[in-house]
Design a protein around this ligand. Structure first.
Ligand SMILES: O=C(O)CCC(=O)C(=O)O
Ligand SMILES: [Fe+2]
Length: 333
């Protein structure tokens, strides 16, 4: 069945989020790859969210990143504010609680975060290498706090997640009836932004407009999300406007599609609205990595997703201009 035909019979009133096992992702047999791509296609057309297991990022890498982010967020606010993202190019660095607002109807996001982009582990901190030569509107180096081991632990996780993302792109391509290498020349420079997030517990009367992260869609092709085990916070909205819980499942990561993929696929792939609220009574941490195409690449609709009945829905622009525009709207500067 063509991808457009499959999209016509989409079941977007989902009540649960599928789990996809990646254990055979390295098996080159076409039947194996097609079976995986079929699961991905269904998840992308119906839900826009899925879990992956056997994702190959080690528990140790995750534990080290978590330990480092806990140390970092425990620093005094004024120390963290030295690297406030309004002082850095392109929103790198720290954002304080309530400094972002993901939901235009909300009153601010009740989380603090730290953001950075591609950097080789062996380079000196904050060095821009050839990966960044075409970053255009998104050009700018990372900044790092003086927390021993922080950069190393986070970059280790970053490179693990980028490796996973690179392995997923061929499956997304197959799911769209494209050659598996379709995204290769569009993802050479790993335009992936990673954030570490800390959600203080919410106490007192509940105001729906003030939650951990307000209802939003992500900006890039897809997000790879690690969430703190044992704490329900993330929710995903289906087309019946029901919030479906996306609890952490041990040994898995969440993959959710973002608006770059909605643009590439003319909305065949769903960039699904989601939010998170920490009502657990304890601190919550999460790590999203937003994987987009290179910043100089034009977000043009893929031919298999356009027809006379489904003309292109979005204005074409570069990935860099698009991400920058969305970041400016989120942070208001
Ligand atoms: O913390 C979470 O579970 C979700 C984070 C998120 O949606 C985001 O950062 O875009
Ligand atoms: Fe998100």
């Amino acid at each position: 069945m063509s991808v457009l035909k499959a999209a016509q019979s989409a079941n977007t009133a989902f009540s649960e989020i599928p789990i996809i096992d990646l254990k055979d992702i390295g098996d080159p047999h076409p039947d194996v790859q097609l079976a995986l791509a079929k699961q991905i296609r269904d998840a992308c057309i119906d839900v826009g969210f899925f879990y992956v297991k056997n994702h190959d990022i080690s528990e140790e890498t995750i534990a080290l990143a978590l330990e480092s982010m806990k140390t970092y967020f425990a620093l005094p606010l004024e120390t963290k504010m030295e690297l406030d993202n309004s002082k850095t190019s392109n929103f790198k660095g720290f954002n304080a609680v309530f400094s972002s607002n993901n939901d235009p109807n909300g009153a601010g996001d009740m989380h603090e975060g730290f953001e950075f982009g591609w950097e080789a582990l062996n380079d000196a901190p904050g060095v821009l290498d050839t990966h960044h030569s075409n970053d255009g509107a998104m050009a700018g180096a990372n900044v790092w706090p003086e927390v021993p081991g922080f950069r190393d632990a986070l970059l280790h996780y970053y490179h693990g997640a980028v490796g996973l993302g690179k392995n997923l792109f061929p499956l997304f391509a197959r799911a769209l009836d494209l050659a598996p290498d379709f995204f290769d020349d569009k993802t050479r420079n790993s335009a992936a932004l990673m954030r570490v997030l800390h959600y203080p517990p919410q106490t007192g009367p509940i105001d729906e407009r003030v939650i951990g992260i307000g209802a939003h869609t992500d900006f890039e092709c897809f997000t790879i999300l690690w969430q703190q085990p044992g704490m329900q916070a993330l929710q995903v909205r289906n087309t019946r406007d029901e919030w479906v819980d996306a609890p952490p499942i041990p040994g898995t990561l969440v993959i959710n599609l973002g608006d770059q993929f909605a643009r590439w696929t003319n909305d065949v792939f769903k960039s699904t609205v989601h939010r998170a609220a920490n009502r657990s009574g304890a601190e919550r941490y999460s790590i999203p990595l937003f994987f987009g195409v290179d910043y100089d690449v034009l977000l043009e609709p893929i031919a298999s997703c356009v027809s006379a009945e489904r003309p292109p829905r979005y204005e074409v622009m570069t990935a860099g201009d698009y991400v920058k525009m969305r970041l400016q709207a989120t942070y208001g500067h």
